[in-house]
Structures are given as structure tokens and as C-alpha cells.
Ligand binder design. Structure first.
Ligand SMILES: [Zn+2]
Length: 114
């Protein structure tokens, strides 16, 4: 299920354009407010997170996400670098423009980005 909310992103998630909270994908802009290519890329990024969350039974996704983030911070990385180096994000950013990726993606593919 995909929802759109400017309010949420303006108030809470200022620097983000999308977030996936299984079973929901929340986006700041709808397809009329951005270019078609940018919208498809953003939605694909979030759909990859959707798959990651489903295969980590959702409840393991968030602790793992936090663990990888904190591990990167302990290694001295600044916030944005620590965030983009989370294996879940690395996979999503790597394949967000590849709209057929999810059809051939292997189970736990994010582990290749650890
Ligand atoms: Zn992401």
C-alpha cells in the first residue's frame, strides 16, 4: 500500500522522500509532482526495502538497520555516510534505477552489501 503525505515529511522526515514501514510505503510526492523516471526510481527504492523487510520478518529489519547504522557511526562515519553504508540502503541505492531488479532479486540479497 502506497500513501502520500507532505505533512509527515515536512515535520518528521525532513531530508527523506520516502519511507517503508511494512506493509506501507510512504512517499512525500506523488507521480504528478516529480518526473516519471524519478518517481519510478523512488518507488523502486522503497519496494526493495519492502522485500528486505518481508524477508527479515519485519521485526528483525529495524534492529538490524539500527545496528548497521551504529556500527558505521562507531567506525567514525558521519550521519549521511553511515546511513548510505547500511547494507539495506546500499542494495536499494544500487538497484533503485533497475526496475526489473525485484523480479530476479535473490532472497537476502542485501547480505551481499555487508
Ligand atoms: Zn532507503
Amino acid at each position: 500500500m502506497v500513501f502520500f503525505s507532505k505533512f509527515l515529511f515536512q515535520k518528521l522526515l525532513k531530508t527523506y522522500s520516502g519511507i517503508t514501514l511494512f506493509p506501507f510505503i510512504l512517499l512525500k510526492y506523488n507521480e504528478k509532482e516529480m518526473s516519471e523516471a524519478a518517481f519510478k526510481t523512488l518507488l523502486n527504492h522503497e519496494k526493495i526495502h519492502f522485500a528486505q523487510q518481508a524477508e527479515t520478518l519485519v521485526v528483525f529489519f529495524y534492529p538490524l538497520y539500527l545496528f548497521f547504522y551504529l556500527k558505521n557511526r562507531f567506525r567514525g562515519q558521519k550521519h549521511f555516510q553511515a546511513y548510505t553504508n547500511i547494507p539495506f540502503e546500499k542494495e536499494s541505492y544500487e538497484f533503485e534505477s533497475d526496475l526489473s531488479y525485484l523480479k530476479r532479486r535473490k532472497f537476502w540479497a542485501w547480505k551481499n552489501f555487508m
